[in-house]
Design a protein around this ligand. Structure first.
Ligand code: GLY
Length: 262
């Protein structure tokens, strides 16, 4: 809805996806995006995000601490620097220089969940639908990916996450990696991903979805083929991990596919 309000007023796809992602980072308050995300195995909340328009302009941040809106920092990287990606301390320094406020982000709920996890300290990502069946269990990964097509026919996408809960400190997933968690091309369409990021990185998966659409596949077929690629590469691992894609082509047709239900 936050994104749609921008599009409904004739705003750009880029402004729309930023607005939508910002809402998830600040207000949605789930355990996998932005302010309320779960921390890494050392109890540190680090955020990853990317933004891209259909002309190939893109920006991203990874392992960003104590800044609520990584997607907006990613946009500043795109618009104000000669670079595409800033990480860690450098990303935070840039954000502060750009006027973003630093604030301690770990919520009491996230800290409690981390302390509970420390009792076993076993890193074992679970498929969210399976995990949701267990009492008291929250999702441990569920990235927000968003694609938009505006009235002028331009595409844009954004992807934002706190990454896998209990990841190693310094681990970066697919969401800030252009081509893995997000890819957009005005000539074809866009794709974004959610799930265990390592699989998206191994397969340059969002780029793959867009290239499959370029070859004539529908968005849904392209997403399904990308899932098949993940499975073919790691058939055994694929039984216990979740990977999902969303795609939108330049004609406004949408599609999605997930490896597992939920
Ligand atoms: N898809 C989010 C991550 O793996 O970090």
């Amino acid at each position: 809805q936050a994104a749609w309000q921008v599009l409904a007023k004739g705003g750009s796809a880029l402004d729309a996806v930023e607005a939508g992602a910002r809402w998830a980072e600040g207000d949605l308050c789930n355990s996998t995006v932005g302010r309320c995300g779960n921390p890494d195995r050392d109890g540190v909340l680090t955020l990853d995000a990317s933004i891209m328009d259909g002309d190939g302009r893109c920006g991203s941040v990874a392992a960003l601490q104590d800044i609520v809106h990584p997607v907006s920092v990613a946009r500043r990287v795109m618009e104000k620097t000669p670079h595409v990606m800033l990480v860690g301390e450098g990303a935070q320094q840039f954000a502060v220089e750009q006027g973003f406020a630093k604030e301690k982000l770990l919520t009491p709920e996230a800290e409690k969940a981390w302390r509970e996890w420390l009792k076993t300290a076993k890193y074992q990502p679970q498929i969210n639908a399976e995990r949701a069946k267990l009492p008291g269990n929250k999702e441990n990964h569920d990235t927000l990916g968003m694609l938009a097509l505006d009235a002028s026919g331009k595409l844009a996408g954004a992807c934002t996450t706190s990454g896998m809960a209990w990841k190693m400190h310094g681990r970066v997933g697919d969401s800030p990696i252009v081509g893995a968690g997000l890819y957009v091309d005005n000539e074809v369409g866009g794709a974004t991903a959610s799930g265990v990021g390592e699989e998206m990185i191994r397969n340059a998966a969002s780029f793959l979805v867009v290239e499959l659409m370029r070859q004539g596949r529908s968005p849904a077929d392209a997403c399904r083929e990308a899932i098949d690629r993940v499975v073919r590469k790691r058939p055994q691992a694929s039984k216990t991990l979740q990977v999902c894609f969303l795609a939108l082509n330049k004609d406004g047709e949408v599609g999605a596919f997930a490896l597992h239900k939920g």
